[in-house]
Design a protein around this ligand. Structure first.
Ligand code: PMP
Ligand code: GLN
Length: 381
């Protein structure tokens, strides 16, 4: 067996959802909305299941979805994208990440990763032969230390993997941080793999800035999005990549032997969804901002050290003010078994030397569910 995967644990998201299902806990662990995304989008998929397309679509994705991805790049970020040579549809952002790393890395290439990091990054980088070089942002503000960033770049650096907005830190990278990342990528000839699945979930008037839109970065970035997040349909696993042809071409070669294609009926519905008016995207964000405020207020009132949340649908809390016994993993165990609320220990997003006093709450839930969880937590703390 391959040493990267041998001994790896089941992901924390699956683990916490299994525990929530087994115990009847309210699940604020794994990130998924508890209300399915737009009904009209689902109806398009349903009729496409009956009327087609149901056979293999083009390997790069349905033309109408690739066109829609190109158009949203223009609409939201003023990026000019050629849908035929610069867009690839994948089975979720996860496949997009795997394809990109397999295609762009050669054994021994260094890849800069920023902790706390999303769970699939490290195993995928390693399995693609990359050497992970870890940097860290620290709470409460999760600012990037620009000196440490510069020190991480060497002549062996092939890529940096950036998640913006960032799960679970709920951080949105500042323009200064992104400019510095761009400057270093250009200086060292490095690719940026940009996991931007939460691109429409920024709060308090913030606007998403894709690294790809920074000067000199258009040819260096692989920009990854996910219909799962943008349309609250996480089980669909429809993702999309935007990248210059010289990057997209090898990534598509990886894709053709990983999944080859993604269900065409779902692609058709996502194409329709991406063409929605701006208001759809703004309402999604505004609705989540209210939920962020609702859960943050409630948790703060219970004594949790609620950290700022600038984007994503997660809020991270310091549990040390509560004076509970044990580390974050033990506390999550108690929360699910005793309080009846499943959350995620933030140490799961670290390779080593993890902080042990933070837990992540997912708030893309009905208000009644958030209130129910707060009530259970209130009875318990
Ligand atoms: N990247 C990040 C940062 C995520 O939080 C997630 C979670 N869904 C993914 C990628 C995976 O997206 P998908 O379900 O489209 O594969
Ligand atoms: N991205 C989701 C999260 O952070 C989970 C996705 C998954 O379970 N793989 O909770």
């Amino acid at each position: 067996t391959n040493p990267v995967f041998t001994g790896l644990q089941t992901t924390i998201f699956e683990t916490m959802s299994r525990m929530a299902n087994a115990t009847g806990a309210i699940n604020l662990g794994q990130g998924f909305p508890d209300v399915d995304g737009p009904e009209d989008v689902r109806r398009i998929a349903a009729s496409a299941l009956i009327d087609g397309p149901n056979q293999y679509p083009p390997m790069l994705g349905l033309p109408e979805l690739r066109q829609a991805v190109a158009e949203t790049n223009k609409r939201f970020y003023d990026l000019d994208v050629d849908w035929q040579s610069e867009v690839l549809v994948t089975s979720g952002a996860t496949e997009a990440l795997a394809d990109s790393l397999m295609a762009l890395l050669e054994p021994g290439d260094e890849v800069i990763l920023i902790e706390p990091l999303y769970d699939c990054y490290l195993p995928l980088v390693k399995r693609a032969g990359g050497i992970p070089v870890r940097l860290r942002v620290t709470p409460p503000h999760w600012r990037l230390d620009l000196e440490a960033l510069a020190a991480a770049f060497t002549e062996n650096t092939k890529a940096i993997l950036i998640n913006n907005p960032m799960n679970p830190a709920a951080k949105v990278f500042s323009e200064d941080e992104l400019s510095e990342i761009a400057r270093l990528c250009i200086e060292y000839g490095v690719y940026a793999i940009c996991d931007e699945v939460y691109e429409h979930l920024l709060f308090d008037g913030r606007a998403h800035m894709p690294l790809m839109a920074f000067p000199g970065m258009r040819e260096r970035c692989v920009r990854i999005g996910s219909a799962g997040k943008t349309f609250s349909l996480t089980g669909w696993k429809v993702g999309y990549i935007t990248a210059a042809p010289n990057l997209l071409d090898p990534i598509a070669k990886a894709h053709q032997f990983v999944t080859f294609t993604t269900p065409p009926n779902l692609q058709k519905a996502v194409a329709y969804g991406l063409a929605k008016e701006d208001d759809y995207f703004f309402d999604l964000r505004d609705d989540l901002q209210e939920k962020r405020d609702r859960i943050s207020r409630g948790l703060a009132a219970l004594g949790f050290g609620v950290l700022p949340c600038a984007g994503t649908y997660f809020v991270t809390c310091d549990v040390s003010p509560l004076g509970l016994e044990g580390d974050d993993v033990a506390i999550c165990q108690q929360l699910v078994e005793e309080a009846g609320v499943a959350v995620v220990p933030v140490s799961a997003f670290y390779v080593s030397d993890a902080p042990s006093n933070f837990v992540r709450f997912c708030f893309c839930k009905r208000d009644s569910v958030i209130d129910g969880a707060l009530e259970r937590l209130g009875d318990w703390v």
